[in-house]
Design a protein around this ligand. Structure first.
Ligand code: NAI
Length: 761
């Protein structure tokens, strides 16, 4: 067994009512689920079959763990140490400690049920037991089990890979203990970071029921409409569906799944279900592909394959190969970017798009109320489970429900009541709210978003680049909203206006946004280069100085400032976060200071803040400087928040948040907590006194110019004097100014802007 190493406060924000989890089955899913719990700081017991033939008793579970390390199921190096491995013959007693037991073994009803009987004899009362089954029904799994087991059993259907796929389907029945269900939903959201869809006990649950129907209908309708596989996939891409479309997706997941997954789904549905019209498992084309072992990417080809001269495609119903004929976006209605234009197009692409979407919308509207607690979740299921940009109901609204209804009537497809009702209301949605069907699903508090604050009232101040919103209780939310939330002079204008409000109108500040991609990608490189090459070096100098002054203003503000970060947190955006009192970071955050890639150094206090953080953590001045230099000169992006903690960008006092949607809520709660605890601003920091700092080993393989950049960095991180942070930032400024005037730096910047890749001149 491995020792727990969970003393750091970094994980302190993750709720602790699920403190220990057991996962049984260490395969693709069980291993990934175990890793994701461990990523959240939870202790995990991972059991599989006993190792055979002289292998260690926990060899299969260990192999599952090792696989997760290899495929990056873990966000950092601490996770594996939280996982205790064992086997189901010798170690089942360990389950007595578990608050949640997840079964992820082979998809066989008899084997799962036999295991449940053993689990039930050991588990503690009130523990959650759940199955990751994808095809079996809840009612089948619990038949004949004890009353307590029946009340405390759920299906928790994860998507692969469990670390990254945001969706978790939870299936319960009216028998399920509501408090236990709520605990599982909370755990799924706050500990695992998932978006939960509450499903009823029906075959395929929600996402796969609609997703598999769509794939089957889209494939057979493409043949009926005489489209090539490339054309069908391009039409789907134009509707906001990933570029694999439908045939590329069959190849990706494996056509060998058709006889299992589609067969079992169709067989579980009533005779009248429209899925039976698109029974691809009984379709000769699919049967031939399966019989020939043409499963897709895993077997060297399905609908597409890599030929000697490039990718080849196979036409529907024809088993021969030909070179692919890519469909250019400009040849599609609306330039391939506008689902509305595509759906209104009279041509064959429009006809196909209408045929597929009307089938999917009719099916979703017919079954939504029976398969999900809230029919709006069908959109979420297709977005999160199948990566559609918009779900079928939203797409139908874009097309116009009168047109959807007219189209269905013209094809003699019955119009389901939910669709008829939505059409009478003028759409499934009104101002973002789903009109028909159940009210908001689980009654939980609505997470804080910038969009909701904006809808509630006028912003306190702002311009086209950034806005200060009133987040209530005297807390402000500073939202940057430029392209990739880059820091521009206009963003600095807003920070300048925010500073005097801190301690007067505002008692605390959160910096964050709703953007799906970035907290901030840093300063705009094109803008900097245009200033330098346009002979406006003074303006550039002013931009740097002003940023330093304002960032320091945030650091020494009389009230707590918390940065709520996610996605890309790069360059000047990373430096902004480093000036907050605390950083609340989503687990999947990519931090980085990539300045040296363009021949610069971080000069909005990035070097100084990293030094200061190291010293605050008790590193010696040499070690703090060396660690900062490694981060800056390495210019690597962290693969997660935990990796940023390991490299030293984040501190143990920063906070991990597993669920992106809860980021601003958690940041605001932390600000309030800091106020309650009696906030005092940090003391002025003295940062450096490392004489003769030698960083040369870092550039051992680098170019001459790398060594010159490194020499500049040594001036900032070393020196014989002790400086205040502001004093050290003045050195950052001088070094930056020297570097930016150099032709090598300008060549690096131009190359990066032109190619998106670094130039190592
Ligand atoms: P897998 O074959 O990769 O792993 C199953 C693991 O369970 C193996 O390590 C096996 O040794 C172990 N196992 C089998 N019987 C056992 C027993 N009696 N006691 C202890 N361990 C046992 O399978 P995978 O893909 O991880 O699937 C597991 C479950 O998750 C299945 O119910 C599957 O339907 C479901 N699922 C799979 C998804 C996927 O994409 N692979 C997606 C969603 C659900």
């Amino acid at each position: 067994m491995t020792k727990m190493t969970d003393s750091q406060t970094f994980w302190a924000g993750v709720p602790r009512d699920i403190a220990c989890v057991a996962v049984i089955g260490a395969g693709a899913m069980g291993g990934g689920i175990a890793a994701q719990f461990a990523n959240a700081g939870v202790k995990v017991i991972l059991l599989d079959m006993p190792g055979g033939d002289g292998a260690a008793p926990d060899a299969p579970a260990q192999a599952g763990l090792a696989r997760q390390v290899r495929i990056q199921g873990f966000t950092g190096t601490s996770g594996p140490a939280r996982v205790v491995t064992g086997n189901t013959s010798d170690d089942l007693h360990l389950l007595a400690e578990a608050d949640w037991i997840v079964e992820a073994i082979v998809e066989r009803l008899d084997i799962k049920r036999a295991l449940y009987a053993r689990i039930d004899a050991i588990r503690k009362p009130g523990s959650i037991v759940s199955s990751n089954t994808s095809t079996l029904l809840h009612s089948q799994l619990i038949a004949g089990m004890s009353d307590a087991f029946r009340r405390e059993f759920l299906i928790s259907h994860f998507f692969n890979p469990p670390r990254l796929m945001p969706l978790l389907e939870i299936v319960s029945t009216p028998e399920t203990d509501p408090a236990l269900l709520a605990r599982a939903q909370r755990g799924a959201a706050q500990v695992l970071g998932k978006t939960v869809i509450n499903c009823r006990d029906t075959p395929g649950f929600v996402a796969n029921r609609i997703g598999c129907f769509w794939m089957a209908a889209a494939a057979l309708l493409a043949r009926q409409h005489g489209l090539t596989v490339e054309e069908a996939d391009a039409v789907h891409q134009a509707m906001g569906i990933p570029k694999t479309g439908v045939f590329g997706l069959f190849d990706l997941i494996g056509i060998d799944l058709v006889p299992q997954v589609w067969r079992s789904l169709v067989d579980g549905l009533p005779e009248t279900d429209r899925f039976r019209r698109y029974d691809i498992a009984a379709d000769p084309m699919f049967q031939t592909l399966v019989a020939q072992g043409r499963f897709g990417r895993k077997s060297g080809g399905g609908f597409f394959r890599k030929g000697e001269k490039g990718i080849e495609a196979s036409d529907l119903g024809d088993q021969g190969w030909r070179p692919t004929r890519a469909v250019a976006a400009r040849d599609l209605p609306g330039g391939g970017k506008d689902p509305g234009a595509l759906l209104s197009d009279p041509g064959r692409y429009g006809e196909y798009a209408r045929a597929v979407l009307s089938e999917v919308v009719a099916y979703a509207a017919e079954h939504g109320p029976d398969i999900a607690a809230d029919p709006a979740d069908l959109d979420a299921g297709m977005q999160l489970g199948y990566a559609w940009r918009q779900g079928p109901f939203t797409l139908a609204d874009r097309w116009g429900l009168d047109r959807v209804v007219a189209h269905l009537e013209s094809q003699a497809i019955p119009v389901p009541p939910l669709l008829a009702q939505a059409a009478a209301n003028g759409g499934f949605y009104d101002k973002g709210r789903f009109l028909t069907g159940a009210a908001a699903s689980d009654g939980g508090a609505t997470p804080l978003t910038a969009a909701a604050l904006r809808a509630q009232g006028a912003p306190i101040l702002g311009n086209q680049a950034a806005t200060l919103l009133d987040a209530g209780d005297g807390i402000g939310l500073l939202e940057i909203h430029t392209k990739m939330n880059a820091i521009s002079p206009e963003v600095l204008d807003v920070i300048e206006q925010v500073l005097p409000l801190l301690g007067t109108r505002l008692q605390g500040l959160v910096i964050g946004n709703d953007d799906p991609r970035a907290f901030s990608a840093g300063a705009d490189l094109g803008f900097i280069l245009s200033l330098i090459q346009g002979g406006n070096a003074d303006q550039f100098s002013h931009f740097v100085e002003r940023g330093q002054k304002l960032y320091l203003g945030l650091r020494y503000a009389p009230v707590p400032v918390v940065a709520a970060v996610h996605g890309f947190v790069l360059g000047g955006g990373c430096e902004l976060a480093l000036h907050a009192d605390r950083i609340v970071a989503h687990a999947e955050t990519r931090f980085g200071l990539p300045e040296v890639l363009v021949g610069l150094i971080p000069a909005w206090g990035g070097c100084t803040s990293l030094l200061a953080r190291g010293l605050q953590q008790g590193l010696s001045p040499e070690d703090a400087a060396m660690r900062a230099a490694r981060i800056i000169f390495g210019a690597a992006q962290s693969g997660s928040a935990e990796q940023a903690l390991e490299t030293g960008i984040l501190s143990p006092s920063d906070r991990l948040v597993m669920n992106r949607d809860l980021l601003l809520t958690e940041a605001r709660a932390l600000v309030l907590q800091m106020i309650r605890q009696g906030y005092t601003p940090p003391n002025c920091l003295d940062v450096t006194s490392v004489d003769g700092l030698d960083l040369s080993t870092l550039a051992a393989d680098g170019s001459d110019y790398d060594r010159q950049v490194l020499a500049g960095l040594s001036r900032v991180l070393g020196g014989s004097d002790t400086r205040t942070d502001a004093g050290n930032m003045a050195v950052e400024h001088r070094v930056l100014f020297d570097l930016v005037a150099r032709p090598e730096t300008q060549a690096r910047m131009e190359h990066m802007l032109r190619t998106g890749k670094p130039l190592r001149n």
